[in-house]
Design a protein around this ligand. Structure first.
Ligand code: MSP
Length: 537
C-alpha cells in the first residue's frame, strides 16, 4: 500500500474447461494494457486474474479428460494459463484460483453475512440449468425461447442453444427480486457503472423486466464450496466466482492488515468482462454487495467477442487460432498491438490473419520499426552513434513540426486510454510516428550531411527524430512493452516501465545529448502473407 491512489482492475476468472484461447487472452491483454497505462500515470495498480474452478462444467471436463478428481484436472491446467500470461507479458499482481483456501474462507464468510442480512432463504428449485453457461432458466424463459426458435419442447438454452438439464432440488435462494429498485437507482445515480453506454441500456431493460430470486446452492453434485451452516449444499458457481475479486483484497480476513488492504483496494475501479457475462456483473454482483453492505465496483467494462469469419471463436467449435501460434509468427508485442488497436473496444471484432499481417506491415514494419531503423542508422553514420547536441542557432533553422503534435498528444492519449479506447490511443501515437517519418523525408538529412554549413541543421533533425522516438516508445509501452524497453536500451535510457508520470516524461527535450545509440536488428521485419506457415509447429 502506498500514498498513491489505488487502481484495482480485474479480468473474469476463466473456467477451467479447456486451455486458454484468443478470446480469454484478448480480455486479459485489455486489462494488462490498462494496468500498465495506470501505472504510468501514477496509480498503485493491483491487477487480478485467475481461474474459476468449481461447478458442473469443470467437473465434467475433468471426467472427460480422464482425471480422477476435478482438483487434479484444475492443477494440470493452471500452468497453461500462467505460462500463457507470462508469454503475453501480462503484468498481473495476483492469480486467484477458486479452490484456494482463501476463497473457501471468503465465500463461507459471505454465506454467514447473507444469512444475517435476511436476503437468504431455503426453498426448492424446480427449473432448468445450462451447464455450459452455468446459468438457471425458469420454465417460462425456456418456453418463450423455444417458441421463438420454433423448437417447442426441446428445452434448449435461451442463450447458447445447447440442451438444458432439469434440476429439482432443495436450494438456498438469494432474494434478488428485492433489489430491482435499488439496482435501477444505482444505474440512475452512476451512469458510468456500465460501459460502453449502450450496454447499460441492455442491463437496465433486463432489470426493468423483473428479477426472480436466484438459486445459490446445489445438492445434486458436490464440486463447490460447502455452505458453512448446511454442508450438504455447495455454492452455486457464480455466487462463489464473483467473490474472487474481494477475496484477493482481503475480504473476510480477520487482521488489521487485511482490513486496511480492503479499505484501500475496494471498491475495484474496473471489472473488464465479455458481453456474455455483463448481467452477472451488473445485476447479481452489485445486488450481492448491497446485501452484504459492501461498496460497489466503479465500472464494469463489457467488451465484444472476437469473431473469425463472422463466427464467435470458441473452444468447442475449434475455429480458434491459438495464441502461441500468433506469438510465433508475429512476436508478442505485435500480437498485442493488433488486438488492442484494431478491435474497437466494446464491439465485436472480426479478426483474420490477412488483416493482422496488413496492420503489422503498415503500422509496425513500415512506420514504427522503419522509423527507428532509419534514424538510428543515420545517428550512427553522421554522429558516430551518439545523440547529437543541437547548436543554439539550429533550432531556428529547422522548424519542428512534431512539437505541436507532441504538445497535444498527452491529453488525447490520456482521454482515450482512460476510456479503454485503445484504438484511438494507438492511432494518436501512430500519427506522430507517421509525421516523424515524413519529417525525415522532407528534411533529407542525407543532403544536409553533404555541406559544412548545414551540419547544425543535420544535428537538429536527428535530435528531433530521436526525441520523437523516445516519446513514441513511452506511449507505446502499455501496448508493446518489449519493444519500448528495447528502444529505450538502444537510446541508452533507463527503465521505461519505471515511469510513473508519463505526462512529464513525454515533455519535449528530455533526451540527453551524448547518449549512445545502438542500431540493432529491425524491430519488426516485414511479413509476407504467402510465406506464413500456419501449420508450423
Ligand atoms: N468463469 C466465468 C467468469 C467468472 S468472473 C467472476 C466465465 N468464464 S469463461 O472462461 O467462460 O469466459 C471468460 C471470459 O472470456 C468472458 O468474459 C468471455 O466473454 C470471454 N470470451 C470467451 N470467448 C470470447 C471470444 N471469442 N472473444 C472475446 N472474449 C470471449 O465466463
Amino acid at each position: 500500500m502506498a500514498d498513491k491512489p489505488s487502481f484495482f482492475i480485474t479480468t473474469p476468472i476463466y473456467y477451467v474447461n479447456a486451455a486458454p484461447h484468443l478470446g480469454t487472452a484478448y480480455c486479459t491483454m485489455l486489462c494488462d494494457v490498462q494496468a500498465r497505462y495506470r501505472r504510468a500515470v501514477g496509480y498503485d495498480v493491483k491487477f487480478l486474474t485467475g481461474m474459476d474452478e468449481h461447478g458442473e462444467k469443470v467437473a465434467e471436463a475433468a471426467q472427460q479428460h480422464g482425471f480422477a478428481t476435478p482438483q487434479e484436472w484444475c492443477d494440470s491446467q493452471a500452468p497453461l494459463f500462467k505460462d500463457l500470461w507470462q508469454k503475453l507479458e501480462i503484468s498481473n499482481d495476483d492469480f486467484i484460483r477458486t479452490t484456494e483456501p482463501r476463497q473457501n474462507h471468503a465465500v463461507q464468510y459471505l454465506w454467514e453475512r447473507m444469512r444475517e442480512s435476511g436476503y437468504l432463504y431455503k426453498g426448492s428449485y424446480d427449473g432448468w440449468y445450462c451447464v455450459p453457461e452455468e446459468t438457471y432458466f425458469t420454465e417460462n424463459q425456456v418456453k418463450k425461447s423455444d417458441e421463438e426458435r420454433g423448437t417447442k419442447g426441446e428445452h434448449l438454452c435461451p442463450d447458447c442453444g445447447r440442451p438444458l438439464e432439469r434440476v429439482q432440488e432443495e436450494s438456498y435462494f438469494f432474494k434478488l427480486s428485492a433489489f430491482q429498485d435499488k439496482l435501477l437507482a444505482l444505474y440512475d445515480e452512476r451512469p458510468d457503472f456500465v460501459q460502453p453506454a449502450f450496454r447499460m441500456n441492455e442491463v437496465r431493460s433486463f432489470v426493468e423486466g423483473g428479477l426472480t430470486d436466484l438459486s445459490v446452492s446445489r445438492t445434486s453434485f458436490d464440486w463447490g464450496i460447502k455452505v458453512p451452516f448446511d454442508e450438504k449444499h455447495v455454492t452455486y458457481v457464480w455466487f462463489d466466482a464473483l467473490l474472487n475479486y474481494m477475496t484477493s483484497v482481503g475480504y473476510g480476513v480477520d487482521s488489521d492488515e487485511a482490513r486496511a488492504e480492503l479499505a484501500y483496494r475496494w471498491p475495484a475501479q474496473y471489472h473488464v468482462v465479455g458481453k456474455d457475462i455483463i448481467r452477472f456483473h451488473c445485476v447479481i454482483w452489485p445486488a450481492m454487495l448491497m446485501a452484504a453492505g459492501l461498496p460497489i465496483t466503479h465500472t464494469v467494462f463489457g467488451h465484444g467477442f472476437l469473431l473469425t469469419k463472422g463466427e464467435k471463436m470458441s473452444k468447442s467449435k475449434g475455429n480458434g487460432m491459438k495464441p502461441a501460434d500468433l506469438v510465433k509468427i508475429f512476436g508478442v508485442d505485435a500480437y498485442r498491438y493488433y488486438f488492442m488497436s484494431d478491435v474497437q473496444f466494446g464491439h465485436d471484432g472480426n479478426i483474420s490473419m490477412e488483416r493482422m499481417v496488413q496492420v503489422y506491415n503498415a503500422d509496425l514494419a513500415n512506420t514504427w520499426g522503419n522509423l527507428c531503423s532509419r534514424v538510428f542508422n543515420m545517428t550512427n553514420k553522421y554522429f558516430d552513434g551518439k545523440v547529437p547536441p543541437v547548436p543554439a542557432d539550429a533550432a531556428e533553422c529547422v522548424a519542428n513540426p512534431m512539437l505541436p503534435i507532441v504538445e497535444q498528444l498527452y491529453v488525447k492519449y490520456d482521454a482515450c486510454m482512460s476510456q479503454v479506447d485503445f484504438t484511438g490511443a494507438a492511432a494518436a501515437v501512430q500519427e506522430l510516428a507517421g509525421r516523424v517519418n515524413l519529417y525525415v523525408e522532407e528534411s533529407a538529412p542525407w543532403n544536409l550531411a553533404k555541406k559544412e554549413e548545414t551540419q547544425g541543421d543535420l544535428a537538429a533533425v536527428i535530435y528531433n527524430a530521436l526525441e520523437a522516438i523516445r516519446i513514441i516508445a513511452l506511449y507505446m509501452a502499455p501496448f508493446m512493452p518489449n519493444t519500448s524497453a528495447e528502444v529505450f536500451r538502444r537510446l541508452s535510457l533507463g527503465d521505461v516501465e519505471a515511469v510513473t508520470d508519463i505526462e512529464a516524461a513525454t515533455a519535449w527535450g528530455k533526451l540527453p545529448a551524448g547518449n549512445t545509440v545502438t542500431v540493432g536488428d529491425p524491430l519488426f521485419p516485414r511479413l509476407n502473407m504467402d510465406e506464413i506457415d500456419l501449420d508450423a509447429e
